[in-house]
Design a protein around this ligand. Structure first.
Ligand code: C5P
Length: 284
C-alpha cells in the first residue's frame, strides 16, 4: 500500500524557555503542506528499508525504524516489513520530513494490522520517537506546545499557497537549539498570534532564526535575497534551512543557490483518513 507523508511548516514558532532535560518549551502553529514523500509498505519475509535518495540514512537512525520497533514492542505483534521510501522533502530543512516519515510509518503499520490501535494511542507513541512526530496525527493544522508533542488540532486555515526555497546547505536541529539564547528573544504572546491566524490574518515569526543565522550568516543573506525579489514575507521554517516565501515568485531565482524550489499549498486530513495528494488519496 502507498501512504503519503507530508512536510510541515511552522507559521510561527515561539521558544519559551530551555528546560532542565535539554529540550525547549515552545508554542508553534504547525501546518502540513502538499509536498509529499511516499512510503510503499508491505509485509515481507525480512525487514528492509529502501530509498530513491542515496543521502537518506537507512540504518537504525532512520526514524522509520524507530516507528517499526516501537509498534512491535508496544503490541507484541511479530511481523516483517518492506518499506520503500520515495523522498521529495529535502533533509535538514526544518520541514519535518523524518518526523513525518515516522508518523506515516506508524499509521501505515497500524493500517496493515486492521487499525487495531487507536489513533490517540499512536499519537502518544509518536512522542517517544520525536517531538514533531505527534503533529502529523492532527488535522494538519495544529497549535503545538510543550516540546512540540502536545498537539491541539485546529480547523483548517484559509487555503493558502506559498513557495519553499532551500539552499544547498542544511542545519542540524540539535545544533540550532543548542546555540539558542532563549532569554534574549522578544516576549511575544503566542496565543495572540494564534488568534490572528484563526481570524484569517497572518503574523509570521520564527524564534530559531537568530541562532540559525549566527551559525550560518549566509542564511540571513539568503533570506534578504528572497526579500529583495519581492516576496511579501520570507521566513525560515523550523530549525532551517528552508525558507517559506509568501507572494509571487520572480522566475529568475538561481537553481544553483536554491536547488529546491517549490510552490506548495496547505494540506489537511480528515481523520480517520491519512494525508493524500488529491488525486491518489490513500484511505488505509
Ligand atoms: O525531539 P527530537 O528528537 O526531534 O529533538 C531533537 C533535538 O532537538 C533534541 O535533542 C533537542 O536538542 C532539540 N529540541 C529542543 N527542544 C524541542 C525540540 C527539540 O531543544 N522542543
Amino acid at each position: 500500500m502507498i501512504f503519503f507523508s507530508p512536510a510541515k511548516v511552522n507559521l510561527f514558532l515561539r521558544i519559551l524557555r530551555r528546560r532542565s532535560d535539554g529540550y525547549h518549551d515552545l508554542a508553534s502553529l504547525f501546518q502540513a503542506v502538499d509536498l509529499y514523500d511516499t512510503l510503499h509498505v508491505e509485509f515481507s519475509e525480512e525487514d528492509c528499508l529502501t530509498c530513491n535518495d542515496l543521502q537518506v540514512p537507512l540504518g537504525p537512525s532512520n526514524l522509520i525504524w524507530k516507528a517499526i520497533y516501537l509498534y512491535r514492542q508496544q503490541t507484541g505483534y511479530a511481523f516483517k516489513l518492506h518499506i520503500q521510501l520515495d523522498k521529495k522533502i529535502p533533509m535538514e530543512a526544518g520541514l519535518g520530513g523524518g518526523s513525518s516519515n515516522a508518523a506515516t510509518a506508524l499509521w501505515a503499520i497500524n493500517a496493515l494490522h486492521d487499525h487495531s490501535i487507536s489513533e490517540s494511542e499512536l499519537c502518544k507513541w509518536a512522542a517517544e520517537i520525536g517531538s514533531d512526530v505527534p503533529f502529523f496525527f492532527s488535522s494538519g493544522t495544529a497549535y503545538c506546545t510543550g516540546r512540540g508533542e502536545q498537539v491541539n488540532s485546529l480547523l483548517p486555515l484559509k487555503p493558502s499557497s506559498f513557495w519553499i526555497f532551500k539552499p544547498l546547505f542544511g542545519l542540524s536541529t540539535p545544533l540550532v537549539y543548542n546555540s539558542l539564547r532563549a532569554d534574549l528573544l522578544p516576549s511575544r504572546d503566542p496565543e495572540a498570534y494564534l488568534q490572528t491566524f484563526i481570524k484569517g490574518h497572518h503574523a509570521y515569526f520564527n524564534d530559531l532564526e537568530p541562532s540559525a543565522f549566527e551559525l550560518l550568516p549566509k542564511l540571513k543573506e539568503i533570506r534578504e535575497l528572497l526579500r529583495s525579489h519581492g516576496f511579501e514575507d520570507v521566513m525560515m521554517t523550523g530549525s532551517g534551512t528552508a525558507m517559506i516565501c509568501f507572494g509571487e515568485k520572480i522566475p529568475s531565482l538561481s537553481k544553483e543557490i536554491f536547488p529546491f524550489q517549490q510552490r506548495v499549498h496547505f494540506a489537511n486530513r480528515s481523520p480517520p483518513h491519512w494525508y493524500g495528494n488529491g488525486q491518489k488519496t490513500c484511505f488505509n
